[in-house]
Ligand binder design. Structure first.
Ligand code: NDP
Ligand code: ZN
Length: 356
């Protein structure tokens, strides 16, 4: 049996390197070696906030680009040596939830999220991908692996946030939180046709990228309630769509208070810190305001990754602007994760590149 090492959640609040046996490749599956990796804020919630409960020696990470090491005998479109974009979410495409259009929720709530949730993630010398033909996408030659690593989760999630907000051409939009997820939502809102586009956050690097991605107004949430600032800026009107990509439970009442009748509030933030989400009864029209709340987990799968890669190839999105810190070598994934935990103000996303 081949052994390999990976960087794992050893238990709640503890991380470290572990040695494991190389995973077996199922008939329709693939074994992949990483070329570019990035930690996610969700890895931090998982280890240090217990957001999905305890895990023992589970390799972390779900954002990767890699090179195929092995494929099962029933895989048709991929072979060893192919470079691939690996989606954070790898659904069970035959499950009934996928057939109803909710592929991220196959078999159970959030069940399409396998890496670093209920199986080993991508921060290892090898990782296993279920249903290779349906869950991997070829990496186009014109896209750097580190750029494509920003598509696995960040751009897939952020753009979904904009899709779920049902933005129409000319809609006014507020994106609350402009870390890498919110910034991707800003880019998605701009592509979908937002006119005035408010971005809420304070880190100077993030503000700079938000403007490059299409934000027209920056709101500093430290300078007063966001809804008041946005109502003031719009002569009291509010906005057509709100995307929540950061903040805390106090963000929800503010989101409702800045929404016009007919608005969609699209949440992509990972809620923690309290069990109940507060909604302001009166501002929500006693539950009859036609202000709808949509939620979603990052979309995965091959077609999603191919479409996002196509947006990069034809110059519609620039994921590389999210990368502020670069590391080389798998062993540096530990530093990258700790950076994500500490969140220095100049950080947007770290990426770790690994030689073939
Ligand atoms: P970051 O921590 O990098 O960004 C959070 C943003 O929220 C920052 O812009 C921050 O502002 C802002 N913020 C903080 N406090 C407030 C507040 N009180 N009011 C308004 N804004 C505030 O996070 P990421 O972008 O990496 O991730 C965002 C969330 O998305 C996480 O919870 C993550 O787990 C989740 N996620 C969800 C996925 C999904 O499938 N739905 C997939 C991937 C991630 P400042 O500029 O001041 O720092
Ligand atoms: Zn994530």
């Amino acid at each position: 049996m081949t052994k390999f090492t990976g960087f794992a959640m050893k238990r709640l609040n503890e991380v470290g390197w572990v040695e494991k046996e190389k995973p077996e490749c199922g008939r329709r599956d693939a074994i992949v070696k990483p070329l570019a990796l990035s930690p996610c804020t969700s890895d931090i919630h998982t280890v240090w906030e217990g957001a999905i409960g305890d895990r023992k020696d589970m390799i972390l990470g779900h954002e990767a680009v890699g090179i195929i090491d092995e494929v099962g005998p029933d895989v048709k479109d991929f072979k060893p040596g192919d470079k691939v974009i690996v989606p954070a979410i790898t659904p069970d495409w035959e499950d009934e939830a996928a057939q109803r259009g909710y592929s991220s929720q196959t078999t159970e709530p959030l069940g399409g999220w396998k890496f670093s949730n209920f199986k080993d993630g991508v921060f290892g010398e090898y990782f296993h991908v279920n249903l290779a033909d349906a869950n991997l996408a070829k990496l186009p030659e014109s896209i750097e692996p580190e750029t494509a690593a920003m598509l696995s989760d960040m751009f897939s999630t952020g753009i979904m946030g904009a899709e779920n907000a049902k933005i129409k051409v000319g809609s006014t939009v507020a994106v609350i939180g402009i870390g890498p997820v919110g910034l991707s939502a800003v880019a998605g809102a701009a592509i979908l046709g937002a006119s005035r586009l408010f971005a809420v956050g304070t880190r100077p690097n993030c503000v700079d990228v938000a403007k490059k991605y299409g934000a027209t107004d920056i709101i500093n949430y430290k300078e007063g309630p966001i809804d008041e600032q946005i109502r003031d800026a719009t002569d009291g009107a509010g906005v057509d769509a709100v995307i929540i990509a950061g903040g805390n439970m106090d963000t929800w009442p503010q989101a409702v208070k800045m929404a016009k009748a007919g608005s969609k509030i699209s949440n992509i933030n990972y809620l923690s810190g309290a069990d109940v989400v507060p909604l302001p009864r009166e501002a929500w029209g006693c539950g009859m305001a036609n202000i709808d709340i949509n939620t979603g987990l990052c979309p995965g799968g091959r077609v999603r990754m191919e479409r996002l890669a196509s947006l990069v190839e034809y110059g519609r999105i620039k994921p590389e602007l999210l990368i502020t810190h670069r590391f080389k070598g798998l062993e540096k994934v530990e530093d990258a994760l700790m950076l994500m935990k500490d969140k220095p103000r100049d950080l947007i996303k770290p990426v770790v590149s690994i030689k073939e």
